[in-house]
Design a protein around this ligand. Structure first.
Ligand code: SAM
Length: 193
């Protein structure tokens, strides 16, 4: 049977915690796989706030959502062409402290310029913002890659940031295949207590 993939496990953890009608964030839209998953989960009464610094990612995501979802559900996704470090300025004030999930899928957009990557200088402030937005019992998932230039430095910075979080406030989980390539993606998941 085999263990569920890293992305599949992230989605499993999110779907166990998020209800239809809730507010969620996709911090790295990319090709829109996570945004589609989140939109299906929260449905037409919910809201998905998505971020990416590349117009190509917003275009790809829009195309995917329009193809896969009825109009009333795809319209629950609002996309911003800006860094995820600014998420608190985009998510409405009345949703602060009520966000059920924030997904990060770090690295670069497959098929696009591989030098446009997530970087710890904005990833860490974005993670801090995500924790402030989260409701009790909400979850942040982070898929980390170390195979590209700058990837292992970013992964190390995210790991040490996550390890210093207070256990009274957050639980931190790691999901990683140990006997595959050392550069295989892996997951950190944070639940707010
Ligand atoms: N979640 C995506 C999916 O479902 O297809 C995959 C994301 S891809 C691995 C990483 C994305 O992060 C790229 O599209 C890249 O442009 C974006 N990115 C890089 N720096 C960013 C930043 N500061 N804020 C938001 N997105 C960023």
């Amino acid at each position: 049977m085999g263990f569920v993939s890293v992305l599949g496990f992230a989605h499993q953890l999110i779907s166990q915690r998020v209800q239809a009608g809730e507010t969620v964030v996709d911090a790295t839209l990319g090709n829109g796989v996570d945004a589609l998953f989140l939109a299906k989960l929260v449905g037409s009464r919910g809201s998905v706030y998505g971020f990416d610094i590349q117009q190509q990612a917003l275009d790809q995501t829009k195309m995917r959502l329009e193809k896969e979802l009825p109009d009333d559900v795809s319209s629950c996704v609002s996309m911003s062409l800006c860094s995820h470090a600014l998420m608190e300025t985009v998510v409405p004030q009345d949703r602060h402290g009520k966000v059920a999930a924030v997904t990060f899928n770090l690295g670069y957009l497959p098929g696009a310029d591989p030098s446009t990557i997530t970087k710890q200088e904005s990833t860490i402030p974005a993670l801090e913002a995500a924790l402030r937005l989260l409701r009790k019992g909400g979850i942040v998932t982070i898929v980390l890659y170390s195979g590209h230039d700058g990837g292992s430095e970013e992964a190390a910075a995210v790991e040490s940031w996550a390890q210093q979080l207070s256990l009274a406030a957050f639980q931190v989980l790691s999901y990683q295949f140990k006997n595959t390539s050392t550069h295989a993606p892996y997951l950190l998941a944070l639940e707010k207590r």
